[in-house]
Design a protein around this ligand. Structure first.
Ligand code: P6P
Length: 327
C-alpha cells in the first residue's frame, strides 16, 4: 500500500500533536514541496545553465552556487507561505527571516537549503537539512532560535542522490520516503529506520589528519587496526545517510582551519543528531552530547562525531581518557 509522506505526517501529527490545527503537517508539507522544486533543478543541472557560481558570496564567505540561491529561495517561499511559521533561519542568511511578528507563528525552521553544493558540478549527491523548533512564548529574533537540540520538534533531510529520499523524525522513530517521479510524491520506503549498533567504516577527511587532536588520531588508528574501511564523499547528507543505513561513524574533528569544527550546530549537527538518536545511534561534539549544547550564535560551528552507538561510545572513552591525560 502506498503511504505518502503527507499521509504519514498527518498520522504523526494525530499521534504526537493532537492539539495542532494542521499547522505542523502544513509546515512539513511546505518543506517537501520546496525539496521537490530543488530536486527538479538539480536533475537538470548543466542543461539549464544552473552550474557554476552565482558570482556572489554568502554570509559564510563561501561562493554561492546558483543552485544555493535557488534552493534558499524555494525553502523561504514555500515555508514563508505557511501560517504557523514565526521565523526562518538559513545558512544563506545572516539573520533570521521574520515571517509572523504576531504571536500566531508557533514554529521556527532552521535549515541548510543545499548542503555540499560545491559537489553539484561533479554530479555528487547533495542535500537539504532542516530542524523544527517551537517558538518560545513572546520570544523574538535570534533569542528565540538559540535553543539546544533536545528541544527540536522534528528534523529531517533530503538526499538528492541516485534517488531522492526524504528522511525525517518527529520524535517517534525515523522514516524514509523515496520520490516516485511518475506521481511526484514521496512514498514510504524505509519504515522505522534503525542504525546498526556497529559498522565497519569510518568517514572523515583524512587530508586534515595531521591537525586532528591526539584522541582522534588514536581512535582512527584503532579502527584501521580492526580492518575498518574508509568512505568519504565530502557531502554531509550523503555521508550521514550511508552511516544511518550501514552503521559506522562520521567525524568532522577540530582542524587547523576550523578549530571548532566546520559543521554548523543548529542546521547540520542538531537535526542529524536527532535522527541518529531516534535511530539508536549517538552524536557528540567530543565532550558533550550534541543535543545538549546551548547555542551562543545561529551560525555556530561544532566538532561532530555521529554514528553507531558502539563507535561513538569508543571515541568518547578515548577522548575522555585523553582529556584526563591517562591515555
Ligand atoms: P571538507 C560541504 O561543503 C560541507 O559543508 C559538508 O557537506 C561536508 O561534510 C563538509 O563540508 C566537507 O568539508 O573540509 O572535508 O571538504
Amino acid at each position: 500500500m502506498l503511504v505518502t509522506v503527507q499521509q504519514h505526517i498527518l498520522q504523526q501529527q494525530e499521534d504526537q500533536f493532537p492539539a495542532a490545527r494542521g499547522n505542523f503537517s502544513s509546515l512539513l508539507s511546505g518543506m517537501t514541496l520546496a525539496t521537490k522544486m530543488i530536486q527538479a533543478k538539480i536533475r537538470r543541472a548543466g542543461l539549464a545553465d544552473i552550474l557554476g557560481s552565482a558570482g556572489v558570496t554568502n554570509v559564510q564567505g563561501e561562493t554561492q552556487q546558483k543552485l544555493d540561491v535557488y534552493a534558499n529561495q524555494a525553502v523561504l517561499h514555500c515555508l514563508g507561505a505557511r501560517e504557523s511559521v514565526a521565523f526562518l533561519v538559513s545558512e544563506e542568511n545572516e539573520q533570521p527571516v521574520t515571517i509572523d511578528r504576531s504571536e500566531g507563528g508557533k514554529y521556527i525552521v532552521v535549515f541548510d537549503p543545499l548542503d555540499g553544493s560545491s559537489n553539484i558540478d561533479v554530479n555528487v549527491s547533495v542535500g537539504t537539512i532542516f530542524s523544527i523548533l517551537r517558538r518560545p512564548d513572546g520570544a523574538h529574533g535570534v533569542a528565540a532560535v538559540l535553543q539546544p537540540g533536545w528541544k527540536q520538534v522534528a528534523a529531517g533531510y533530503v538526499v538528492y542522490g541516485s534517488s531522492t529520499i526524504f528522511v525525517y523524525t518527529a520524535g517517534k522513530g525515523v522514516y524514509g520516503f523515496t520520490l516516485e517521479p511518475e506521481i511526484g510524491a514521496f512514498v514510504l520506503s524505509f519504515a522505522d529506520m534503525k542504525m546498526p549498533a556497529q559498522g565497519n567504516t569510518y568517514s572523515v577527511n583524512e587530508a586534515n589528519a595531521d591537525s586532528f587532536p591526539e584522541s582522534y588520531r588514536t581512535y582512527l588508528g584503532r579502527l584501521r587496526s580492526r580492518g575498518y574501511g574508509s568512505r568519504y564523499i565530502g557531502s554531509l547528507v550523503a555521508d550521514f545517510h550511508r552511516t544511518l543505513l550501514k552503521g559506522g561513524v562520521f567525524l568532522y574533528p577540530p582542524t587547523k582551519k576550523n578549530p571548532h569544527g566546520k559543521l554548523r550546530l543548529l542546521y547540520e549537527a542538531n537535526p542529524l543528531a536527532f535522527i541518529a538518536e531516534q535511530a539508536g545511534g549517538q552524536a557528540i561534539s567530543g565532550d558533550a552530547r550534541i543535543m545538549d549544547i546551548e547555542p551562543k550564535a545561529i551560525h555556530e560551528r561544532t566538532p561532530l562525531i555521529i554514528g553507531s552507538r558502539s563507535e561513538v561510545a569508543e571515541f568518547h572513552q578515548i577522548d575522555t581518557r585523553d582529556a584526563t591525560g591517562r591515555i
